[in-house]
Design a protein around this ligand. Sequence first.
Ligand code: SAH
Ligand code: SF4
Ligand code: F3S
Length: 470
Amino acid sequence: MLELVPKTHDEARQGEAYSPAATDTTTHTKKFYIESYGCQMNFNDSEIVASILQKEGFGATRNYEEADLVLLNTCSIREKAEQTVRKRLTEFRTLKKNNPGMLVGVLGCMAERLKTKFLEEEKLVDMVIGPDAYRTLPSLIEEAETGQKAINVLLSREETYADISPVRLDSNGVTAFVSIMRGCNNMCSFCVVPFTRGRERSRDANSILAEATDLFERGYREVTLLGQNVDSYYWINEAADETVTFAKLLEKVALINPALRIRFSTSHPKDITDEVLFTMAKYDNICKYIHLPVQSGSTRVLQLMNRTYTREWYMKKVDRIKQILPDCALSTDMITGFCTETEEDHQDSLSMMEYARYELAYMFAYSERPGTLAARRYQDDIPEDVKKRRLTEIIAVHRQHSLEGMQKEVGKTRVVLVEGTSKKSEHELYGRTDQNKVVVFPKEHYKKGDYVTVTIHDCTAGTLLGTAVQ
Ligand code: SAH
Ligand code: SF4
Ligand code: F3S
C-alpha cells in the first residue's frame, strides 16, 4: 500500500503517495513538484496548493529533478505513513546536494503534528506548513529563499479555502474532489486528525455549488464531496435565512444537473441521518454507496475508541440503509488490535464483517499516535504479531465478501460512467458503476465521460467485465 508510484486520485487512500502530472501548459519561470500522502482531503489540498502556487508563477512538474520547489503533503494517521515520508526525505538529500537552491517544504498533517521539531530533525527541510496555512505559502517561500527556515502551523477556525479554485492535478477530466468541510470535532481516541486538522468548519454552500457547476460545465461528470465527517456539514446562509445541512447540500448539488454524479466521504455512523438516506433515494444521480467506518465490532472496544455507538446501534443503521436504499453498497474502515482487544472482541469484528458484507474495506492494525486520547489513557498492549494475525483474518473474510459481491453483479446491467481507456488494452474502456465497482468493456464508439449501459458477463476479484448494450 505504500508504494511510491504516481496514483490517480481515485486510487489514493491513507498512506499512499501520489505525484501529479503537469496539467498546466503555460510557461512558468519556476517549477514545483508535489507528492501527496494520506486521505483524499490531502490530495484535494494539494490541488489548492497548486492553485496558490500557479498565481505565484510556479508551474507543476512531474520530474522533481527539474523542480525549484519540492513539496510533500504528508499524513500522520499511522506511524507507517510518517515513516514513508521520512524515507522519502532521505531520498531527496542527494537531490538537494546537487541543487542547493531547491527548496523542500513539508505540508499537511505531519507538519502540523511535529511543527518546529520537523525542522530540527530533518535538516534538508526549508519549510513546514500546516493544513490551514497554505495561503501564506508565497511569503514562506520568500522567507526560505533568503536562507531562513520558514514555518506556519497555525490552525484556523474559519479557513475553508472556499474562494480558491483547485488546479486539477493529473485529472481524468471526468471525476473530481470537492472539499465541503475541514477539521473534525470528534475525539475518536485512536485518531490524530483532530490535532492535525483542527476544529470542524463547513464551507460556504454557494462556493461548493459554484465549484461543482463549473466542473460540470468543463465536462466533469462526477464530484466526490469530501470531509472527515460530511454528515455534520452545517452552514447558515444569512442572506437567504437558510440553514444548509448535509442532506440539503446533497440535494442542491444533485439539482445542478441529472448528468452529474455525486459521491461523498466519509460518514460517521452516528451522524448519517434518515434525511440523507431519503435524499439519496430521491435522486438517481446520488450514488448508492456509503463509506461507513465501523472501526470495531465490539461494543466494549467501540466505547474505548469513543465512537459513541454500540455494535447493535451500528447494525440497526446498516438495516436502515438497506431498508431505504436496498441497492446501496457499503464500505468500511476496521482497526485490529486496539488497546485491550480480546479474542472475543476480535470475533465480534469478524461477525460484524459478516453482518454488513462490505463491498470494500480498509483494514489496519492499530498504530498508537502520540498525544491522542488512547495514547494517554490506555496501554498499546496487543503484541504486533497478534494485531497482524487478526488483521489477516479480517482481510480474509472481507476478500470473500468482496468477491461474492463482484460475482453477484454478473448477469446484471449497470450504468457505467467512463473514466478512461483500460490500462491493459486501448480497445477497452473502464469506468465505475453507481456502487463504485470498476467495469471494463470494449470501447466501440464510446468515450471518456459517457454514461454507458453495460451488461456484466464476468468478473475478477477487482473488476467487472462487460459489454455495452446497444
Ligand atoms: N474521518 C474518518 C476517518 C479518517 S482516518 C472517519 O471517522 O471515519 C481513516 C481511517 O484510518 C480511520 O477510519 C481508521 O480506521 C484508521 N485509523 C485512524 N487512526 C488510526 C490508528 N491510530 N491506527 C490505525 N488505524 C487508524
Ligand atoms: Fe478521526 Fe474520528 Fe474524526 Fe474520523 S471522526 S477523523 S476517526 S476523530
Ligand atoms: Fe492522514 Fe491527515 Fe488525512 S493524518 S488521513 S492526511 S487528515
